[in-house]
Design a protein around this ligand. Structure first.
Ligand code: 9MR
Length: 357
């Protein structure tokens, strides 16, 4: 990645001048102010807002980002919709698009309980069959993409938020036991020796400290026993109020002290958590921009350059975000509005990146 240093006054003045002259044109290119991957999660076909069907989304991706994650398209349900039948067409199209535009791809996720295929969820039979299912899925998928991805979320969200936090009782845990996590990492490494392997989870960047304790205990155990793992993905689905910046910094820093890679894997910053707004006002947009800047700065302050696995935002436009549907409320958590125009949040993120030592 080319590292181009641009002083903050230049970034801001370029932005002000250009936005006065031409609405909807983005002079800041996030990827040009970071020497680690700057990513975005995007839908693949057949989702209606698929990146591959939208020239406007492609223009933003090509300008700002150096890494892509399929928001849903590489999850178990979509890659193996029926037992033993793998469907790689749409995910391959994304990987090919990324390759031809010089972007890397982060795979998400080899093993998760949500969006496991319905036939997996519904399977009635002996527990050992779930080990076969897990093995076959991880082997086939990691082998198919071997050499083509920068990194994988090998296991996603294996711990609960309860206190004390413990393993989530998923189909994988219930039928295989806690060893399914280690098993998935070993299988992924066997299938693809060079891809970076991450464990990924939410509420570990300050929201639920006991959960981070459990994740780090697992990581320490893996590192001590030589289980192949390269890094920890912090999802960072947060809002403008919590968690505190101190808690976020502390969480990143605890992971980085292990000497493993740290990614912000699914960043978004909600503003309407109390459902107090009908629209995004300029004042709230500025507050959100500041929060983006602070979170990025916290990452850069606490994670040394060689351990920075990158930062991925979880969606392009506010209208693409999972939050309104999932939380049943309006919100505006991302960097671009529904007309594909920059939000102050984009400038906040750029200013945060520009602060890198
Ligand atoms: O953004 C994804 C949304 O479109 C899906 O409906 C949802 C299914 O649970 O998953 C969303 O992405 C999740 C990601 O895969 C894992 N971490 C939490 C993300 C937001 O829910």
């Amino acid at each position: 990645m080319l590292f181009e240093f641009k002083p903050k006054w230049l970034l801001l003045s370029t932005w002000l001048i250009s936005s006065a002259v031409m609405a909807n044109v983005t002079p800041l290119a996030l990827k040009s102010i970071a020497d680690f991957p700057i990513g975005v999660a995007v839908p693949v076909d057949p989702w209606p807002n698929s990146l591959l069907r939208s020239k406007q989304r492609q223009a933003l991706v090509e300008k700002h980002f150096s890494s892509l994650t399929a928001e849903n398209g590489m999850k178990m349900a979509y890659l193996q919709p029926r037992p033993g039948e793998f469907e790689f067409t749409h995910a391959d199209a994304l990987v090919n698009y990324a390759k031809s535009h010089g972007l890397v791809v982060h795979g998400h996720a080899l093993v998760w309980h949500t969006q496991a295929a319905p036939w997996m969820d519904e399977y009635q039979g002996p527990a050992y069959r779930f080990t076969e299912m897990l093995d076959s899925h991880v082997r086939n998928v990691a082998t198919h993409f071997a050499g083509k991805l920068k990194s994988w979320d090998v296991v996603n969200e294996a711990f609960t938020d309860d206190s004390p936090s413990d393993y989530r009782p998923t189909i994988w845990f219930n039928n295989i036991g806690p060893g399914y996590i280690e098993r998935a990492f070993r299988l992924a490494r066997e299938a693809d020796p060079n891809v970076e392997l991450y464990y990924n989870d939410y509420n570990i960047s300050g929201a639920v400290p006991a959960k981070l304790d459990r994740v780090l205990a697992m990581l320490d155990d893996f590192l001590a026993r030589g289980v192949p793992i390269d890094g920890l993905g912090f999802q960072v689905h947060i809002d403008t109020e919590s968690p505190s910046l101190e808690a976020i910094r502390d969480a990143f820093s605890r992971a980085a002290k292990r000497g493993i890679k740290v990614r912000i894997s699914e960043l978004d910053i909600a503003v309407n958590q109390s459902e107090q707004y009908d629209a995004l006002s300029p004042a709230v947009a500025e507050l959100q921009a500041k929060r983006y800047q602070q979170v990025i700065q916290a990452y850069l302050d606490t994670v040394p350059p060689k351990l920075r696995g990158g930062i991925t935002v979880w969606g392009l436009t506010d209208g693409d975000s999972w939050i309104p549907g999932f939380k049943q409320r309006q919100d505006w958590p991302l960097l671009f509005d529904d007309n594909f125009a920059d939000k102050p949040a984009l400038v906040g993120m750029a200013n945060g990146l520009e602060s890198q030592p």
